[in-house]
Design a protein around this ligand. Sequence first.
Ligand code: SF4
Ligand code: MG
Length: 336
Amino acid sequence: SKTILTVDNLHVAFKTQAGKLTAVRGVNFELEKGETLAIVGESGSGKSVTAKSIMQLLPAATTEVTKGDIVYNGESLLKMSKRQVTNLRGSEISMVFQDPMTSLNPTMKVGKQIMEGVQRHEQVTKAQARERALEMLKLVGIPQAEKRLDNYPHQFSGGMRQRVVIALALACNPKVLIADEPTTALDVTIQAQILDLMRDLQKKTDTAIILITHDLGVVANMADRVAVMYGGKIVEQGTLDEIFYNPQHPYTLGLLQSMPKLNEDRGQPLQPIAGSPPNLATLGEGCAFAARCPHAMTVCHTYTPRDTVSETGHSVACWLQDSRVPASPDKAEFVG
Ligand code: SF4
Ligand code: MG
């Protein structure tokens, strides 16, 4: 099968004093070998929580997967032992975060950090590990890589530091790279260089990438497929072309309309989506977007829309696209 990772009906809750707050409410997607799936949405939509729960990086004291499964290469990650998950982390599935210092040890030379990563997962000599570290720094475009092996993280610029993190993440040739806002902290020129680098490396290594971002420009440059998240769910999912040229969900449309166009409309004010993201504590039945949606009908406030999936796999969760909606939806006669 071409599928390397499946997220199936994932529910993740935060444990709060007021009770459980469900931040991810039934997320489904499949990742194929070598492809880039972008997960987009506003902050608080659940995209980072989804990404972190794949590698079980959320603190168990405050978060819990309450339903669903995450399957890597045919095996449930949620049923694996801590040790098995630790072994997969870095070798099969790697993560790159917005802040490079999340992944780097400030008190250790970068070469040593990459070597340790390699030696943790592979039977190699110290010399071989050093050779790999050097190779990786060269691969990610660090000038004078040989010398730079012996530098500490603070001796690199922000962009170079993120390159080091990518070198570290790819050193064991993982099948899946989860990149959570990897370029958000960088200035625009450096951002473009890092995205180019990720695309080049992906061609060479055939790593599948889950790219978490709020930036549709980044999505346009990188993604094969796109999942749009809102209120803890994927509300629309499809190929890059389907999402950009044939968006079906009113929220996706709103996002696209708020995207600055590079060559036209310069100086035109953006049209941000009116209203604010839903309060997860009070979110009940119905469409989470209903309070902000220009097309909301009575049914939208009463029943949660289900996924309607086209032959090509373009899925959308909106009553406007669902033939099961009643003839006069404002009367909410629909019986789910
Ligand atoms: Fe708008 Fe209703 Fe569709 Fe939700 S289900 S996006 S409220 S039309
Ligand atoms: Mg985030």
